[in-house]
Design a protein around this ligand. Structure first.
Ligand SMILES: *[C@@H]1O[C@H](CO)[C@@H](O)[C@H](O)[C@H]1NC(C)=O
Ligand SMILES: *[C@@H]1O[C@H](CO)[C@@H](O)[C@H](O)[C@H]1NC(C)=O
Length: 152
């Protein structure tokens, strides 16, 4: 018979393989019920764009406001477009130090009018290699705005 230690090792390797094979990215929009908003956020209908995930984003200028996304999983990706002027937000994972995410690109003569974003949404911040337990991402106002467009 194989030693117990070896069998345990094989079993764990098998479990890891099963977990690795079943990882799935789930993208959620800014209106998902897993995101709760506190403070005075603008109406989503005032910030619509084809460059947003799902066609609109949430915007906060209230420095006491926040958005909290709660999920269970091993990774989280923050999706947002970029603007041709200063836009950034703070993101904190599980109560850790907030990280500033810059969403600014240089202005060009082809920029859309009315302050609309000029670059389509993409992954601008992420945290991977997390334990497969409940996690909390909190978005707050950076130098200018708090932006929520989508999470994966
Ligand atoms: C999920 O998306 C991220 C970012 O695009 C990518 O790096 C990762 O490989 C994806 N994971 C799966 C399981 O598709
Ligand atoms: C969120 O907004 C999108 C785009 O307008 C819509 O298709 C979707 O049904 C909304 N989801 C929820 C949970 O309200």
């Amino acid at each position: 018979m194989r030693p117990l230690k070896y069998s345990l090792f094989l079993f764990c390797a098998f479990l890891e393989l099963v977990i690795a094979q079943t990882l799935t990215n789930i993208t959620i929009d800014d209106n998902d019920s897993r995101i709760s908003y506190a403070g005075r956020w603008d109406s989503p209908t005032s910030h619509t764009s084809s460059r947003d995930y799902g066609g609109s984003h949430m915007l906060l200028q209230d420095r006491s406001g926040s958005a909290t996304f709660t999920f269970t999983g091993v990774a989280v990706y923050y999706l947002a477009p970029k603007w041709p002027y200063a836009v950034d937000s703070y993101i904190a994972l599980d109560g850790g130090t907030p990280q500033l995410v810059d969403m600014t690109v240089p202005a060009t003569p082809r920029d859309p009018p009315n302050g609309e974003e000029s670059v389509a949404y993409a992954v601008l911040w992420s945290a991977t290699g997390l334990s497969n337990t409940a996690h909390r991402v909190v978005v707050t106002v950076g130098a200018s705005f708090g932006i929520v467009d989508g999470f994966m």
